[in-house]
Design a protein around this ligand. Sequence first.
Ligand code: SF4
Ligand code: SF4
Length: 294
Amino acid sequence: MDAFDYWGWLLRFELPAVGWITLTMFLIGTYILGGFLREQACFWLCPYARIQGVMTDTQTILPTYDVPRGEPRGKLKGGAPSSATQGDCVDCFQCVQVCPTGVDIREGQQLGCITCGLCIDACDAVMDKVGKPRGLIRYMSFDEMAGKPRKTMFQHTRTWVYVGIILAACTGIVWGLTHLGSLTLNVLHERQPLFVVMSDGSIQNRYEFKVLNKTSADFKVKVSAEGGIPGQTLIGVEENPDTIHGRSTSFTVFVRAPADKIRDEVTPITFQIQQTDNPSVVARYDSKFYAPKR
Ligand code: SF4
Ligand code: SF4
């Protein structure tokens, strides 16, 4: 079942049972993830947090709590710190309250942080109220907090490594898109039975062809085979099959071979389909021809 068929059947309420079961499972799964698990899905199920975690280092600029300035934290008493050594953090928990993933950024940079910056805004508002300078939570790196000189983005080795990876990935995608063939062939060999012994002693294998026509026009294809058994014949495709544009078309092909020419239990065979009115449009698929033990 392809996407067009699925939508057509769904809109006509004619989906087969497996279609309804799949749809229901997706609906229930989405409701559980979005309605109940929410940020827990980001923490425990989404691989992005893990990928992001390994991509950062002490030079990475992220929302960071300024530990030397904020600690030791403590509430204000009568509008003033309770001790001379008290840091700027007034322990109001505003940064935790606004965090969509429930992170306490004062415990350090964490996997759950999605770098939304809401804790920065909340803390700046608190600092304004208590008359302290803004930036107790701000975008900075651990190196910067430790007093090391701040590097620009392009002074980071990692930046160049990531740029290289992205360029390689983009090159691969462009190459893939520009080298897409107009036809894709998939051949499934019938497993039960692997072969049939015909009344004249010849051996027959059955194959299910799936031809994806990626062009905007219907056309016929010629089916042929290379390799296999000398004297083999292809049955079922004497008349060139039609393929429908933008769709996958299935048809069955039998390969029948004289028993006296078969040398091995398994013989490689390569199927080829070719557009009848444009022989340059070709697709191939490597398969096997099975026979009884010799
Ligand atoms: S940047 Fe956003 S996600 Fe990260 S700790 Fe602050 S509020 Fe939470
Ligand atoms: S909002 Fe600022 S002052 Fe309040 S607890 Fe967070 S870091 Fe401390």
